[in-house]
Design a protein around this ligand. Structure first.
Ligand SMILES: [Zn+2]
Length: 282
């Protein structure tokens, strides 16, 4: 019997580089699309989101929120069918201007070389076809999102450079890098719907200062994920500590908002020539 020493057809891998449990909601439909097409999907999360909300004191304390949120992310990933979840073990930096920004263990205070080595090692081990991370302004200006966008973009290229961190695995140049974007018209539609339902939009309005309409015109890929909206919402519901009655997530899960979850948006960063995110795996 002839045994192939190595699989001739490699399963393509999508690697998602994010910062907190629940960030994956913005691209969970894309992850499900990849899985449905035979891809392997790996999610790396820089922190365990311990500066986040505690919607109900019965769910967590400040001391154990990191553990609870790790479990919430694992619950979401199980629903989505994600193959592997990796934590980079940094602390949540909190929103811009909060005292936790100064925590030396926070992701925004991390030594760039160390993070680059971690991400390069991850890329070289998992050998992704495509990498997705945040756009450079971090969706709504969160320092950890901005940091991950910067670190991931640099690591994407360094992973293919044999002179960088040679002890971190064999060089691997992923073919495609995408930034995930939430377009400003989407925020406007959510706000209009909240107004129509008589809901308070003040918390939502405070995000407006961080939105970057200039990104809207740079969007290269719109993925139709409408068939996966039920799983998107089911995975989001794992993040119970973040779904208090005043939270955006709480409203976004209402039936009136479901039609707004059917598309996910990306900017292709690399290469220059247009590429689809996926090809169908044979
Ligand atoms: Zn986040």
């Amino acid at each position: 019997m002839f045994i192939l020493p190595f699989p001739l057809i490699m399963t393509p891998t999508l690697l998602i580089l994010l910062a907190h449990p629940d960030d994956e909601t913005g691209c969970s439909g894309t992850m499900m699309t990849a899985l449905a097409q035979g891809w392997r999907v790996i999610l790396a999360c820089a922190t365990r989101g311990e500066e986040g909300e505690i919607a109900d004191p019965k769910l967590a304390t400040r001391e154990n929120l990191w553990q609870v949120r790790e479990a919430e992310l694992r619950c979401a990933c199980q629903i989505l069918g994600i193959d592997e979840v990796v934590f980079l073990d940094y602390c949540d930096s909190g929103m811009d201007g909060s005292p936790s920004n100064d925590n030396p263990k926070s992701f925004m205070q991390a030594q760039p070389t160390i993070v680059h080595q971690q991400l390069v090692q991850l890329i070289r081990r998992t050998r992704p076809e495509a990498v997705i991370t945040f756009e450079p302004y971090g969706i709504y200006g969160h320092p950890d999102h901005i940091a991950m966008s910067r670190f991931a973009t640099t690591a994407f290229h360094l992973a293919g450079d044999s002179s960088f961190y040679p002890e971190g695995g064999s060089p691997w140049q992923a073919r495609k890098l995408f930034y995930f974007v939430i377009p400003t018209p989407w925020f406007a539609k959510v706000r209009d719907q909240m107004k129509a339902l008589g809901l308070d939009t003040s918390g939502f309005d405070s995000l407006a200062q961080f939105l970057r309409p200039s990104l809207d015109t740079q969007i290269t890929h719109i993925i139709d994920v409408s068939t996966f909206v039920p799983q998107k919402m089911a995975s989001l519901s794992c993040h119970q500590t973040q779904i208090g009655p005043d939270s955006g997530f709480y409203h976004l899960m209402k039936p009136e908002f479901l039609s707004l979850h059917g598309q996910e948006h990306y900017i292709q960063v690399y290469p220059n020539e247009f590429e689809p995110i996926f090809y169908t795996h044979p």
